[in-house]
Design a protein around this ligand. Structure first.
Ligand code: CP3
Length: 353
């Protein structure tokens, strides 16, 4: 194993001491960066950026080159690569978000759904991981990721983003057998997918459970959390106990104590949950990641500085906090506001360590 030069992110996931609070941003490689928009124009579209390892590497490194205070890189890809590999036919229409040509409808199609040959059909993702890892020259660790089984299922069944989730919820309540079948296949596929990302060079893996928060208190554990637990156990059985694992259920702040018990090293929080109350619940056993409201970055430097300090103050003294946004950075974020946030995190957080 080679030594990573800036290992503050890894150390924080292991709850070891660091001189300051490490930071990265969800969607840090994205449309708020003019250089990203330029690369996307060259590639033709977003999926081509994901499928061509040279483009994926170029855009994954752009935020790090612009902002040297970032303490982690993230694979450039999308969570919807898995349903695409299952044959659902992913496409993006400009400004509209993801859609599928063949969403999962009907019992027959659902029982035909199978675990894809991950190594073969998603090889472009693992090629991107190796290429990004190499280009990083061990500057900072590389995060690999996947959608959670539940969040993938919402897109597979709804057929697109931005819905009211009636199709997926109807299936869950009326045909729990079909729902569990899909979730089992997703969990097995995600386990293999993340194992391949780790083998290709990912230092940490993260599960994005973007839509776990739409579940009721009675269903969250059964339909989302338990399948994330299966993935963590599978990775541990495969020998990846030492690879830190982060889970992030958006809107899941009321279930933190349950989340802390599935073997994850880190829990991501959105901005609706207080870091200090979360910290009390996890009793300092798990690292917390978050949780600035990304909309604050649309304001001005004074407001941003004060909001960043509030987040750091809320966590307080000691190890175990990774600064992040509570969700992805928006495309309308001014570049200088990101710099203000990163500088404030780096300078102000020193007093807590
Ligand atoms: O920098 C990074 O964080 C890495 C790249 C990354 C992307 N998507 C690139 C992307 C990551 C980690 C994701 C995860 C992802 N994708 C999630 C989970 C995180 C979250 O945001 O909740 C989800 C739900 C998706 C599905 C998805 N992909 C949606 C809903 C959209 C459209 C919304 C939007 O912002 O346009 C995408 C497209 C997407 N994925 C873009 C990027 C950079 C924008 C594509 C473009 O250039 O137009």
């Amino acid at each position: 194993m080679s030594i990573i030069q800036n290992d503050s992110f890894l150390k924080t996931l292991r709850r070891e001491s660091t001189p300051y609070t490490p930071v990265w941003m969800m969607r840090q490689a994205g449309r708020y960066l003019p250089e990203y928009r330029e690369s996307r124009k060259k590639a033709g579209n977003f999926l081509e950026l994901c499928k061509n390892k040279n483009f994926a590497t170029e855009v994954a490194l752009q935020p790090l080159d612009r902002y040297p205070f970032l303490d982690a890189a993230i694979l450039f890809s999308d969570i919807l690569t898995i349903p695409d590999a299952m044959g659902l036919g992913l496409y993006f229409e400009d400004g509209e978000g993801p859609k599928f040509n063949n969403p999962l409808h009907g019992e027959e199609a659902i029982f035909k759904l199978d675990i894809p040959d991950v190594e073969e059909s998603l090889s472009y993702v693992f090629d991107a991981v190796s290429s990004i890892k190499k280009a990083l020259s061990n500057r900072v660790p590389l995060i690999g990721f996947s959608g959670s089984p539940w969040t993938l299922a919402t897109y597979m069944i709804e057929g697109q983003g931005g819905t009211d989730f009636m199709k997926v919820k109807k299936m869950m309540y009326s045909r729990p057998d079909l729902m569990s079948h899909i979730l089992k296949i997703n969990a097995e596929t995600v386990s293999r997918y993340l194992a391949c990302q780790i083998k290709a060079g990912a230092d940490v893996v993260m599960l994005f459970d973007t839509w776990g928060g739409i579940l009721s208190h009675h269903e969250y554990e059964q339909y989302s959390l338990n399948y994330m637990k299966v993935i963590i156990s599978n990775l541990n059985i495969l020998g990846f106990e030492d690879i830190p694992k982060i889970i992030f259920t958006k809107g899941g702040g009321q279930w933190i104590s349950k989340q802390a018990k599935i073997g994850a090293d880190g829990i991501g929080l959105d901005w609706q949950t207080s870091l200090s109350s979360a910290r009390k619940q996890v009793k300092d056993q798990v690292t917390l990641q978050g949780n600035l409201d990304p909309s604050i970055l649309l304001s001005d430097p004074k407001v941003i500085e004060s909001a960043v300090k509030k987040v750091l103050d809320d966590y307080g003294v000691g190890e175990g906090h990774i600064f992040n946004l509570g969700h992805g950075i928006t495309q309308f974020t001014p570049l200088e506001n990101v710099l203000v946030m990163l500088e404030t995190v780096r300078n102000y957080s020193k007093k807590f360590h």
